[in-house]
Design a protein around this ligand. Structure first.
Ligand code: GLV
Ligand code: MN
Ligand code: MN
Length: 403
């Protein structure tokens, strides 16, 4: 039987980012097409029935699709220059867990499915959990069709190129109604399990989080010929925004704020930009704190823009409130797994979207570096196998009982 680590290894060459390091695999791009082919081949080789839903999510069914199915899986896309485990570990663990069930001669009394959600990171079209949000109906389909990547390609154009009809994008209540419960295994994205010396844990909650795009408008001009007093340089308030994000987040317990992407236009070393786009990622333990944090950062950005003779426009690109995972299911899994620790996370997941629709749980696998969304993200092979064993145990339990 192929181990999860060996399965992951078969993806080692897909979407390698030679410029940034790590992997760049984004929804409906070339690497994504290869990953879809890979998943279809692996699932088909296991005798699973593979289909693509209207939103580009892949489903591999063991047994007749639904109702009351036990679904597991994750995503295969990455952030730009991401690690090898965030997403793919949950997919290979799902396939390996099914292998283990089969090897034991397990016969599920409920349908089982492995799902691969499309564009979970939002690395190409900006909105995270794109496939699961569309499926669940928490993202407007018209808005989604018009999302653009950095080259101006719309999601509608990208899905059409991938062989899907963009008119199909949108909620799939019938498919959602087939899901009895969803369990996503994921590499941990912090040091919680490493500090507890535990290989596997169960998720308790996800921070409220969202993305805001601020565009500072100034006046493009010459870097050498324009006296400082004559400038309306949008990079100056953009820089203030970065510092305000750190300062304000530091005053809200448990909050985080990040600027990981900043694009000046036109982007020349000797050119004062005419506009600067800045993406703010803000997270906090509750909705009110997250909203206040963003309001305060935006107020600081407006003040800085005005002082430089610039203007700023603000657009919310995505938002998800705090997720508290189903307490009954969480407790059932922690006791099934011999008292595995329950941990909160600051990272977003498709499981967070599904949690609004069906009983949902997550298993975490220890990450000794605590690093994620970067090439240093890691999980030891033994811990990956412990994750597979835990997932197999959970699936055996759930596929024989209602959840
Ligand atoms: C995805 O992993 C996120 O938390 O943004
Ligand atoms: Mn991620
Ligand atoms: Mn992930």
């Amino acid at each position: 039987m192929t181990t999860a680590t060996a399965l992951l290894e078969t993806l080692a060459d897909v979407g390698v980012d030679r410029l940034r390091g790590g992997y760049s695999r984004h929804g409906f791009d070339r690497a994504d097409a290869e990953l879809r082919e890979w998943f279809t081949a692996e699932a088909t080789a296991r005798g699973l029935d593979v289909s693509t839903d209207r939103n580009g999510n892949l489903w591999a069914w063991w047994g007749t699709p639904g109702p009351n199915a036990v679904v597991t899986g994750s995503h295969l896309d990455s952030v730009p220059g991401g690690g090898a485990f965030d997403g793919p570990l949950g997919v290979v663990a799902a396939l390996s867990a099914l292998d283990a069930l089969r090897a034991e001669g397990f016969r599920p009394t409920r349908p089982l499915a492995v799902v691969v959600f499309a564009e979970e990171e939002g690395g190409r079209f900006g909105v995270p959990c794109l496939g699961s949000r569309l499926l669940a109906g928490t993202l407007d389909a018209d808005r989604a069709r018009n999302l653009k990547d950095a080259d101006g390609t719309t999601l509608a154009e990208a899905v059409r190129a991938a062989g899907l009809d963009p008119r199909w994008l949108g909620p799939e209540p019938e498919l959602v109604s087939r899901i009895g419960c969803f369990v996503e295994l994921h590499v941990e994205q912090g040091r919680g399990l490493a500090d507890l010396d535990a290989p596997v844990g169960v998720a308790s909650s996800i921070l409220a989080h969202g993305r805001w795009r601020l565009t500072f408008h100034g006046e493009g001009n010459h870097a050498g010929a324009t006296p400082l007093a004559d400038r309306r340089d949008p990079m100056v308030p953009a820089a203030s925004l970065v510092l305000a994000a750190r300062r304000v987040a530091g005053s809200v317990p448990g909050a985080r704020a990040t600027v990981g992407r900043l694009v000046p236009t036109p982007g020349g070393t000797n050119v004062i930009p005419s506009t600067v786009d800045v993406w703010l990622d803000a997270r906090a333990p509750g909705d009110a704190d997250t909203r206040h944090l963003v309001d305060d950062v935006v107020a600081a950005a407006r003040e800085a823009a005005e002082a430089e003779g610039c203007t700023v426009t603000v657009r919310e690109e995505s938002y998800g409130d705090t997720v508290i995972f189903d307490g009954g299911l969480r407790d059932e899994l922690t006791s099934l797994l011999g008292g595995a620790p329950a941990l909160p996370t600051g990272a977003g997941h498709d499981a967070g979207v599904l949690a609004g629709r069906v009983p949902t749980a997550m298993l975490f696998v220890r990450n000794p570096t605590g690093v994620s969304h970067a090439p240093a993200e890691h999980a030891e092979p033994d811990d990956c196998e412990a994750g597979v064993a835990a997932l197999a145990r959970v699936l055996t339990h759930l596929a024989g009982a209602p959840c």
